[in-house]
Design a binder for this molecule. Structure first.
Ligand code: ZN
Length: 339
């Protein structure tokens, strides 16, 4: 099969890789209908995370089941399935508590590399959720969004305790940030303030339900959020970037007693005194997307939401390198790849 391999910063290639096979009796093999490039793939692509040997890459996937191991009971060949970036058994105590990304048997899908034609999915019964039938082609981008960015935005809104009547601020206008806006709208937020300086991203956030755009950043951005909320700050703030600056901006934009839901992959230390004096709740981490998949699949299948609009560049898998360049240079919000 063909699959993307990261060789060094800035150097992604589509190469021949061995076809995956059933290794564990709980595995499935899927043929990808679509895959995509994540903002978090840019960390190793930019050399922020070290890569010391050629490494398969990609962790978002939807596709048709080709084969299952002998212990797989709920997933069958021919089904269209969606999973998220950690395989999980969905039966251990952490999974049952809704934290499948902390599953005691978890397997990171990024190590398998799903920017490829085929992928081995460990713990298939726990990891994969099937749609009611094979979906029409126009729904595939939305199901692919559910594999990570939509589910991550959804978790961020849940972690930030978004609820009817609340004012929400979103730090970050990438795919997760704009889909957190969609989630906040679904959760019934009254006002949704998005911090963004990019016209295309502002437009998408407004389509997904944002009510206000804040262009200021850092301390000025937090001050602007306070101005817009009677000097108090937002009830719920979603942090979807992952830098020290964005996290501090999120904390200072939150009112005392409010909640920060953080899902940007954190690359920076936080000052203890700031945390101590903030009076805010912090909840976040690698999003347990699997918790939300049945609900998200239902909403997409019934066309109640259209998260697939987040993909503003679609390329054949052959052009994976251009997909990375476009996202790295912020020419694209998110790139969908057709194997
Ligand atoms: Zn588990």
């Amino acid at each position: 099969m063909r699959g993307a391999v990261l060789h060094a910063p800035g150097d992604v290639r589509l190469e021949q890789r061995d076809d995956p096979t059933i290794v564990e009796p709980t595995d499935a093999i899927i043929r990808l209908s679509a895959t995509c490039i994540c903002g978090s793939d840019l960390w190793p692509y930019r050399g922020v995370e070290h890569v010391d040997r050629p490494t398969p890459i990609g962790h978002e996937y939807v596709g048709i089941v080709e084969a299952v191991g002998r212990d797989v009971t709920t997933i069958t060949p021919g089904q269209f399935v969606i999973g998220s970036f950690f395989a999980s058994d969905n039966t251990c105590e952490n999974c049952r508590a809704g934290y499948q990304t902390a599953c005691i048997q978890r397997v990171p899908m990024g190590a398998i590399g799903t920017q490829a034609e085929l992928a081995r999915i460990p713990l298939a019964d726990g990891t994969l959720v099937a749609t009611p039938d094979v979906p029409p082609a126009d729904l595939i981008p939305s199901f692919l969004a559910a594999s990570d960015v939509l589910g991550t935005g959804w978790f961020a809104a849940a972690a930030a305790e978004v609820a009817p009547g609340k004012t929400v601020a979103v730090v970050g206008d990438g795919a997760v940030g704009v889909l957190a806006v969609l989630a906040a709208r679904q959760f019934g937020a009254e006002r949704i303030l998005v911090m963004s300086r990019h016209v295309a991203r502002q437009k998408l956030a407004l389509e997904f339900g944002a009510t206000d755009i804040v262009e200021e950043r850092g301390d000025e951005g937090a001050a602007r959020i306070k101005d817009l909320t009677d000097g108090l700050g937002a009830h719920s703030v979603i942090e979807a970037v992952g830098t020290r600056e964005s996290m501090l901006q999120a904390i200072s934009a939150t009112r005392p007693g409010g909640h920060v839901g953080y899902v940007g992959v954190t690359h920076g230390d936080l000052p203890g005194p700031t945390l101590f004096h903030s009076h805010v709740h912090l909840h976040g981490g690698p999003a347990p997307v699997r918790r939300f998949l049945p609900e998200l699949i239902d909403l997409i299948w019934n066309r109640a939401i259209d998260p697939g609009k987040v993909f503003d560049l679609t390329l054949p898998l052959d052009e994976v390198a251009e997909g990375y360049r476009a996202m790295d240079e912020r020419r694209a919000i998110k790139t969908l790849l057709h194997p």
